[in-house]
Design a protein around this ligand. Structure first.
Ligand code: ADP
Ligand code: MG
Length: 615
């Protein structure tokens, strides 16, 4: 029985532990996978976003290339035009001024005409651009020999972006586009050269203006030396892309960006990520998504776009970049909603059954407790039955024995008295006869107790006040208590309800209890009589500070004839038990060898209203 109760107590937390543990493991698994999925979704979105950025970058590169295609056809048309309007004709100046007027709007700073020795002959430029007249200028020797090489007839040379060192464009970024002039159809050597001086910043600005990626992404363009030709941040334009960034955020390394830039200028196209130091108004480390593509100038049919000494180096790069959290932010907004949904599902699917299980388990526990209680009651009543059967058997035997002994005992006592009378002059014999008479008396007392125990004493019940009975017995035993040096005290509840009981039997119960208490107190002490009422029951206790009992003794004290005393009968408590049982009451004993003994008798009492209702 104990084991099953233990199980019932243990099973609830154990099952709960299992369920909660399982839930935690499941949740961990779930969130790990969920996180992983989210990251995948984020990666896909980033990739898609970057692909769109790449499209934008390609568009920009296409526009730059288209622009140069136009310039190419413009420049290659001049030899034909010069056949119709030769440089020494009267309309030439006006014609060229009109051409320049036109090209100026496309970012051409100057048109230069060189003679066959590479010396500057004529120049057309914006009045704003001309600072202090036209200085003596000549084509660089390498360029002159390129122009004069007949195999370059009908070809163009596009120089790198560089900072002009002489007026009028000193300090400005410029880019030359040159072709040899073969004016007469029969000319086998160039008759001079024509140069368009391009403003690369104008070009870069034009193709990037208004381009936006996502919410706040923007493009930038660098030239072959990593100089910004276009950037959202105006202050960056014309400056070294890495240097200007490092100046602005000295604490950052920009290695990612450096690699990316190297890839662009190596002619690679692709997508990637890097950590930037800012984005528009925002300052601080900003991870960015970047798509990049090179701008090549050697795609035209006949154009030879080369650095004379270093062919193929002339390359720009365009990148479109946007802060990563713009993309990731959208994902996280969606995933937050997703999480909310999942959490709701989780609660519904897991917590509700869990709650049901808890309810079922606690219900189980209550049932188990109830069953245990009933089992205990059953066992107790079984014990009582066995005891009363034993009582009955012992009682019958005792009644028979006491009846058989009673008469001979009376004869022995009577004869002893007669003999004593005859032997009054012989004190030693008289003393012996005294002993016989005393022992006979003791045996008669024992027979009396046996009679009490065996008598089929149905209680004669009447309404009594227990306090009054207790007080009577207390008064009766006061003298004896004093003689034994015992402190006999009363602690009676003032408003004790009356009980239906046999006053004589109650007196006997109290007498037996107090007698036992006295006998337990060898060298004085205290005996307390207490009374009280609770739960429709009236109770009284006899408490002593005596020797107390071991658990083994405690187990047997209600057995008839069980005694630990030399001259005890072992019937006192057996009689008490019988009387109290006859009153539908119960006796509880609490005792320990150090603290003494407390014996409580509980009797049922009618609730106050019950009897008046009947009458
Ligand atoms: P008896 O008093 O004749 O021994 P009882 O039935 O009255 O028989 O008591 C049985 C036994 O219970 C006693 O012998 C004693 O060991 C024990 N006992 C009863 N009351 C007390 C008590 N107040 N303190 C210690 N032991 C007690
Ligand atoms: Mg006794």
């Amino acid at each position: 029985m104990k084991a099953s109760r233990l199980q019932a107590v243990l099973s609830l937390p154990k099952v709960l532990l299992f369920i909660v543990g399982g839930m935690v493991v499941l949740s961990l698994l779930f969130f790990t996978f969920w996180q992983r999925l989210n990251r995948k979704v984020e990666d896909i979105l980033k990739e898609q976003f970057n692909q769109q950025q790449l499209e934008l970058a390609r568009k920009i590169a296409d526009n730059v290339e288209a622009y140069f295609d136009y310039l190419e056809s413009e420049l290659l048309a001049y030899p034909w035009r010069f056949r119709l309007i030769p440089p020494n004709s009267p309309e030439f100046d006006a014609y060229m001024a009109a051409r320049f007027e036109n090209l100026q709007r496309l970012g051409i700073l100057e048109i230069r005409l060189f003679d066959r020795n590479g010396r500057l002959q004529r120049s057309w430029m914006s009045p704003l651009g001309s600072i202090s007249g036209v200085p003596e200028k000549a084509l660089e020797p390498a360029l002159l020999s390129w122009v004069n090489d007949p195999k370059n007839k009908g070809r163009l040379f596009l120089g790198e972006v560089h900072r002009a060192t002489t007026p009028p464009w000193q300090g400005r970024l410029v880019m030359p586009l040159i072709t040899g002039l073969y004016i007469s159809p029969a000319a086998s050597a160039s008759e001079g050269a024509l140069e368009l001086l391009i403003d690369p910043l104008f070009v870069a600005h034009t193709v990037t203006a208004g381009v936006r990626s996502g919410v706040s992404g923007y493009p930038w363009i660098i030239d072959q030396n990593g100089i910004f030709l276009a950037h959202h941040e105006k202050g960056f334009v014309g400056r070294d892309a890495l240097e200007v960034r490092r100046q602005r955020s000295p604490q950052m390394t920009f290695t990612g960006l450096q690699e990316l830039q190297a890839r662009i200028l190596g002619g690679e196209e692709g997508t990637g990520e890097y950590i930037s130091g800012w984005h528009r108004q925002r300052v601080g480390e900003t991870p960015k998504l970047a798509a990049f593509t090179p701008i090549r100038f050697d795609k035209g049919l006949i154009r030879s776009v080369t650095d004379v000494e270093n062919p193929g180096r002339n390359l720009w790069g365009v990148a479109v970049v946007a802060p990563m959290d713009e993309v990731a932010g959208q994902v996280s907004a969606v995933t937050r909603q997703e999480l909310f949904l999942v959490a709701f599902f989780f609660l519904a699917v897991i917590l509700v059954p869990l709650a049901l299980i808890i309810v079922a388990l606690s219900w189980n526990k209550i049932l188990a407790r109830e069953v245990n209680l009933k089992t205990e009651e059953l066992l107790e009543s079984q014990k009582r039955l066995v005891r009363s059967e034993r009582f009955a058997a012992v009682g019958e035997a005792a009644a028979y024995v006491s009846h058989e002994i009673k008469n001979p005992l009376m004869v022995i006592g009577g004869l002893a008295r007669q003999v004593q009378k005859k032997l009054e002059g012989d004190p030693p014999l008289c003393d012996k006869l005294d002993i016989i008479r005393n022992e006979v008396q003791r045996l008669e007392n024992l027979l009396g107790e046996i009679r009490d125990f065996t008598r089929p004493a149905t209680p004669v019940k009447q309404e009594i006040n227990l306090n009054q009975v207790i007080h009577e017995v207390d008064t009766l035993l006061e003298g004896e208590a004093k003689g034994r040096g015992i402190n006999l005290e009363e602690q009676l509840a003032p408003d004790l309800p009356p009980v239906q009981a046999d006053p004589n039997q109650m007196r006997q119960v109290l007498l037996n209890l107090i007698k036992n208490a006295f006998e337990a107190l060898d060298s004085g002490g205290r005996v307390t009589l207490t009374s009280g009422a609770e739960d429709r029951r009236v109770w009284f206790t006899v408490q002593d500070t005596g020797v107390g009992m071991s658990p083994e003794v405690l187990d047997k004290i209600f057995n008839p004839f069980f005694t630990t005393k030399e001259k005890g009968t072992g019937l006192g408590l057996a009689v008490i038990h019988k009387i109290v049982s006859d009153h539908q009451g119960e006796v509880n004993v609490k005792s320990s060898p150090e603290e003494g003994t407390t014996i409580t008798v509980k009797l049922p009492c009618e609730p106050e209203g019950a009897s008046s209702e009947l009458s």
